[in-house]
Design a protein around this ligand. Structure first.
Ligand code: NAP
Length: 255
């Protein structure tokens, strides 16, 4: 018996990183999973892994900031699997720069994927969850919500997702739907590795340096986050609602 037997999950940004690990972890727990991403090739590779486990999945090309694509992806999931129990708002991008160099395009792009994407996906998914009187919505915030140099756009979006989470928890709780967020610290994914490379740094050295500042003395792996998302997606977590769970190896040192 898996913790998510019979459940259907819709995971955005599932083509790699935390989204891929979450999809895999949920499949291990018995869920059927819609793999949603603009990166279809990544999703197809993840789908092969899920199928090796004997799990059912669906690859859905979708830009989460496009409402028509989001509505279609949600409807395809429900017509294929008959229901939608779990939404993971994970798709994300970074466009880092100091404020005085940050372009309007980089501000808008980050807001469009993180904030508008989570809004559109949650609005489309809740229709089915309300009818079922059951649902789990989990969004990806970040320790950057607390402030991070060079990330005015991303920090704002990730802080915004915390308010969004608490508000949905109040609005949707009466319908058996819980809404929570995980806020990861440094996780070893293509997002953090490409950010290091863009700054002319060696990702391995960045990871080694970051590990020294983290109380558990290592950076996170995508599965560390996926494990917590999976718990929040389970029936066991039914009384956890509107919470932000930091998955960061310990509190950051005070500056
Ligand atoms: P990642 O490796 O860059 O993966 C993100 C995935 O989202 C990629 O497959 C990307 O596709 C996809 N995506 C981007 N824009 C999209 C859109 N508009 N519609 C659909 N899919 C889209 O990132 P990650 O590190 O796994 O991060 C996952 C989430 O965790 C993000 O929300 C991120 O902000 C958050 N987070 C990450 C860390 C960390 O340290 N890694 C820490 C805190 C929070 P493309 O490859 O085609 O762009």
């Amino acid at each position: 018996m898996g913790r998510l037997d019979g459940r259907v999950a819709f995971v955005t940004g599932a083509g790699r990183g935390i989204g891929a690990a979450t999809a895999l972890r949920m499949a291990e727990e018995g869920a059927r999973v819609a793999l949603v991403d603009i990166d279809v090739e990544g999703c197809q590779q993840v789908a092969q892994e899920l199928e090796r486990l004997g799990a059912q999945c669906l690859v859905l090309p979708c830009n989460v900031s496009n409402n028509t694509m989001v509505e279609e992806a949600v409807e395809k999931t429900v017509s294929q699997f008959g229901r939608l129990d779990i939404l993971v708002n994970n798709a994300g991008i970074i466009r880092d720069n100091l404020l005085f160099k940050m372009s309007e395009e980089d501000w808008d792009a980050v807001m469009a994927v993180h904030l508008k994407g989570a809004f559109l996906c949650s609005r489309a998914a809740q229709k089915h969850m309300v009818q079922q009187r059951y649902g789990r919505i989990i969004s990806l915030s970040s320790t950057s919500a607390l402030g991070n140099r060079g990330q005015a756009n991303y920090s704002t979006a990730k802080a915004g997702l915390q308010g969004f989470t608490r508000t949905l928890a109040i609005e949707l709780g009466p319908f058996g739907i819980t809404t929570n967020a995980v806020a990861p610290g440094f996780i070893d994914t293509e997002m953090t590795r490409s950010s290091a490379r863009r700054q002319g740094l060696d990702p391995e050295e960045v990871i080694a340096e970051a590990s020294k500042r983290i109380p558990v003395r290592r950076v996170g792996q995508p599965r560390d986050v996926a494990n917590v998302i999976c718990f929040l997606a389970s029936e066991e977590a039914g009384f956890v609602n509107g919470q932000i769970i930091y998955v960061s190896g310990g509190p950051a040192p005070r500056s």
